[in-house]
Design a protein around this ligand. Structure first.
Ligand SMILES: Cc1cc2nc3c(=O)[nH]c(=O)nc-3n(C[C@H](O)[C@H](O)[C@H](O)COP(=O)(O)O)c2cc1C
Length: 334
């Protein structure tokens, strides 16, 4: 069984971002496959209430995977059984997170240094899950495909129905050109779909990833921040056209009010600050006003900010030839 359609486009799990309001905003522009943020298996075991909102699936969500991160076999087994009671389309295992909070527990990318352990943990997920199981890895070495191949082949032997390969090593975090050749070798070695990830910010980088890696599908991550239009750009193969000011503000409002609804105003507005900046960055707004937007403290203040936005926007932005193509809002990650 194929978990993903041909040429699928996936929204990555993004900690602190891909909650329900984020996904609902992306879905307006054609996002079909999406993941929750990563969830620590131990948090699921001990702090269900705190993690419960991360498991929330919207009534209209067509496809949703949940992602676990852990280096604790007992907690992982309990967490996976717990997830069996929820409606998910896949359970994904995080083997790539490089942030110290995760790696100091031996989880995420740290498991790349201990392949046997990584595979044993994945087997626990596979044996206990009633959902299809998948994994998301980073490449382990740019100069030598062997360790990465050993990891991904082992995952498939233990039941992975698809593998996402982020083409950067852990110490690179999120910068550098992805190692297309290693993703290609994974694709050639595996009987399941290989999803390529890393640096896809628009049609050009999408085409490059498809061509150079030969992957079955592509996962986008930072390119979607403040830019749900990326989904229609890639799926309709239309060149990037910046949204009009009215549309930009409308979509940002939908996303932010969704956050306030979902988390309640106090927490929601804190979560919304970075979201607002993602929408405003590089889109012709005055820096000083964006600085104020970064400190927004209530729903009322946010609505006031929206109303005054046109005053602080430089109309010239939309007329510059470059705004249509690759304005400075595209993350430079190379
Ligand atoms: C803020 C942030 C949070 C992330 N959270 C997760 C996560 O929860 N799980 C995961 O597998 N990867 C996570 N990642 C990694 C992304 O899914 C993706 O692999 C990485 O950003 C590379 O893709 P990109 O170059 O398209 O952004 C995160 C990345 C960022 C920047």
């Amino acid at each position: 069984m194929n978990l993903y359609a041909d040429n699928a486009l996936l929204l990555a799990p993004l900690s602190g971002y891909t909650d329900l309001p984020y996904r609902e905003t992306m879905r307006r522009f054609g996002c079909y496959y999406a993941f929750t943020e990563m969830i620590d298996a131990s948090a699921l075991v001990y702090a269900r209430q705190r993690t419960e909102h991360m498991l929330t699936r919207g009534a209209d969500e067509p496809w949703l995977g949940v992602q676990l991160v852990s280096n604790n076999p007992e907690h992982l087994a309990i967490a996976v059984k717990l997830l069996n009671n929820y409606h998910f389309d896949a359970v994904d295992f995080n083997l790539g997170c490089p942030v110290p909070k995760v790696t100091k527990k031996g989880a995420g990318a740290a498991l790349g240094r201990n392949i046997e352990r990584a595979l044993d943990l994945f087997a626990i997920i596979s044996e206990n899950s009633t959902h299809p199981v998948t994994a998301k890895v980073r490449i382990l070495d740019r100069g030598d495909a062997e360790p990465t191949l050993k990891l991904v082949k082992g995952l498939v032997e233990r039941g992975a129905q698809a593998v996402t390969v982020h083409g950067r090593i852990a110490k690179e975090f999120y910068s550098g050109v992805p190692a297309f050749d290693i993703i290609r070798q994974c694709k050639e070695a595996l009987p399941v779909k290989v999803i390529a990830n890393g640096g896809v910010m628009g049609l050009e980088t999408y085409d490059e990833m498809r061509r150079e890696s030969g992957c079955d599908a592509v996962m986008i991550a930072r390119g979607s921040m403040g830019n749900p239009w990326l989904f229609s750009e890639l799926q309709n193969r239309c060149s990037y056209t910046p949204p009009s000011l009215a549309e930009l503000l409308d979509v940002m409002k939908f996303h932010v009010l969704g956050l306030l609804d979902f988390y309640g105003e106090e927490k929601g507005i804190r979560v919304a600050r970075k979201t607002i900046l993602d929408y405003l960055r590089g889109r012709g707004f005055q820096g000083e006003w964006r600085g104020r937007a970064a400190l927004v403290g209530s729903k009322e203040e946010f609505l006031r900010l929206l109303a005054e936005a046109p005053q602080y926007h430089n109309e010239e932005y939309w007329r510059t030839a470059d705004a249509g193509k690759n304005a400075d809002r595209r993350l430079s990650n190379r």
